[in-house]
Design a protein around this ligand. Structure first.
Ligand code: PEP
Ligand code: MG
Length: 570
């Protein structure tokens, strides 16, 4: 039977289901008659945990280098610490309690002891103890440990939800695709799936309930259809579709190296969005002309402490130097919403997407902001950098961010540390108040980049994470399109570069409208670049301008869609 979610990343995947559901690690103390059996259980759990950590260490060494791999050496050493483990054994023997209770009791004491220490380094060890303790405890309780980077057979992941960093660290060679209960098409795990080229479906509501571990799952990441243990006919049809997709991709190869211009020579730039330095490979493979958005959040995620200035410098320099002088827009920290940093200790909020996030955090925690800006400035000598501020809602925020940037430049000059003098400064247009003010902001900036993922949710008041109201999250909403047209026109008239890095920039029906508006740069997941170039080369700029007039006079999204479709003869 066919089921339906939201297609989040194109492609067909077929494979064994891997259920990624967390377990409740709550422990109830039990008295035991035979402490020996509990000691054995503890010993086995420790052994399995150490073997897993050794495996993670090897994988980390290959992917992220020796320094990161050493973290797992320290985790292994913790599990071999005679004082910690000795105390657990003593409790089991003397108090005749189950292994899980003894283990939790002693681990909690150790965590509390480290947390109360003055020294910051020692304090941070408490998080390491918690981390390894959960691993051991899961094994004592007989649960499978989920580590997506460790998966070593081909699977389709079935999860309630995936965090963006879980998606980013998936073993791409083994994860054939994923399907989640919650999330919208522009949630960051969906965006990461598109960047990694992994087929994905989100917002199914009950995939985790209807799918069992080991079921064969077929997913179509374009339409959002999925099947549990499909019959051979369905499977054949889907595999045929995959073949056609592969063929279409091959046919796009002829567009590599060609200019991105319309028949009547209106030239645009096709850029790529990336999340980690590793994504540069796919960007180059897909012939991107620039980086239109480097989401630096991923440098900050999936770790326990803030990255240092040097760690950030390393990541930014790596990206800039591997681009051979191509322009690269690096966005300052855009944390919040569905991207969380546990070590920032931001309290839970009623409306996280409207809350304490992005530039608001950076202007509040100036040291955090300055650390990133200094790292960016230092890295600027390795390439052609543009710095972009996210979530701008007022003139003052841009002005304040620029004052802080200037202070960083002065600090570096004072220390004789060089940085590029021609760094372009831009802002994201994600908030309607900013879209309305582009002409006024122009005196402070060099470019704008329209973030339609957020602009859509703020303009239409639709939570981008909520699959239930996905229908209202509508790129064809005429009010949204008028706002986008306004922002592009104001930017172009003011001599700013106009760019778009939200997901609307690659939507085939919308691209002609954006061309007609005069958008200069289209930035997207690298896998969409060649297809977009093909489309743009088939267009006539004058016709696109006429299309814009028609779309701007539409009353409903249906009218918009029908104009856009008839423009392409659909
Ligand atoms: C956007 O909002 O369109 C955007 C590109 O930023 P993000 O998806 O990271 O919020
Ligand atoms: Mg955004």
């Amino acid at each position: 039977m066919e089921r339906l979610g939201l297609g989040a990343s194109e492609g067909i995947a077929y494979g064994k289901a891997y259920l990624f559901v967390g377990h409740d690690l709550e422990v109830v103390e039990r008295k035991v008659a035979q402490p020996e059996a509990e000691l054995k259980k503890l010993g086995q759990a420790l052994e399995t945990s150490i073997l897993e950590l050794e495996k993670i260490r090897t994988i980390t060494l290959e992917s992220l280098g020796e320094e990161k791999a050493q973290i797992f050496d320290s985790h292994i050493m913790l599990l071999q610490d005679p004082e910690w483990i000795g105390q657990v054994q003593t409790q089991i023997n003397e108090q005749k309690i189950c292994a899980e209770s003894a283990f939790v009791n002693v681990s909690q004491q150790f965590v509390a002891m480290f947390e109360s220490m003055e020294d910051d380094y020692m304090k941070e060890r408490a998080a390491d103890i918690r981390d390894v303790s959960d691993r051991v405890l899961s094994h004592i309780l007989g649960f499978k440990i989920h580590d997506l980077s460790l998966i070593d057979e081909e699977v389709v992941i079935v999860a309630r939800d995936l965090t963006p960093s879980q998606t980013a660290t998936m073993n791409k060679k083994k994860v054939l695709g994923f399907i989640t209960d919650i999330g919208g098409k522009t949630s960051h795990s969906a965006i990461m799936a598109r960047t990694l080229g992994i087929p994905a479906i989100v917002g199914t509501e009950h995939a985790t309930q209807s799918i069992n571990e080991g079921d064969k799952i077929l997913i179509d990441g374009e339409t959002g259809q999925y099947w549990i243990n499909p019959d051979s006919k369905t499977l054949e049809k889907a595999l045929l579709k995959q073949k056609e997709l592969d063929q279409k991709r091959k046919e796009l190869e002829v567009f590599r190296g060609l200019s991105s211009e319309t028949i009547d020579h209106y030239k645009v730039e096709l850029a790529g969005n990336i999340g980690t330095p590793n994504d540069v490979d796919s960007l180059i493979e897909n012939d991107a002309e620039a980086v239109g958005l480097y989401r630096t959040e991923f440098v900050f995620m999936d770790r326990k402490t803030m990255p240092t200035e040097d760690e950030q410098f390393e990541a930014y320099s790596k990206v800039l130097s591997s681009l051979n002088g191509k322009f690269c827009i690096i966005r300052t920290l855009d944390i919040g919403g569905d991207k969380k940093l546990p070590y920032l200790h931001v309290p839970e909020e009623e409306n996280p997407f409207l809350g304490y996030r992005a530039i608001r955090i950076c202007l509040d925690d100036v040291e955090l902001f300055k650390t990133q800006l200094r790292a960016l400035l230092r890295a600027s000598v390795h390439g052609h950098l543009g710095i972009m501020f996210p979530m701008i809602s007022s003139y003052e925020e841009i002005a304040q961010a620029k004052v802080i940037l200037k202070e960083c430049q002065e600090e570096l000059t004072h220390k004789s540390i060089s940085f590029a003098k021609d760094i372009k400064i831009g802002i994201m247009i994600e908030i309607p108040s900013a879209a309305m003010m582009v002409d006024t902001y122009a005196e402070l900036i060099d470019f704008i980049s329209i973030g339609t993922n957020d602009l859509t949710q703020y303009t239409c008041a639709v939570d981008r994470m909520n699959g239930k109201i996905e229908k209202l999250y509508n790129p064809y909403n005429p009010g949204l399109l008028r706002l986008i047209h306004l922002a592009i026109t104001k930017a172009n008239e003011a001599g700013l570069k106009s760019a778009m890095c939200g997901s609307m920039s690659h939507m085939p029906l919308i691209v002609p409208f954006l061309v007609g508006c005069g958008l200069q740069e289209f930035s997207m997941s690298p896998s969409h670049i060649l297809g977009s170039r093909k489309l743009i080369r088939s267009l006539n700029f004058k016709d696109c301008q006429n299309l814009v007039s028609k779309v701007l006079s539409c009353r409903t999204s249906e009218e918009v869609q029908s104009q856009l479709k008839s423009f392409q003869g659909l």
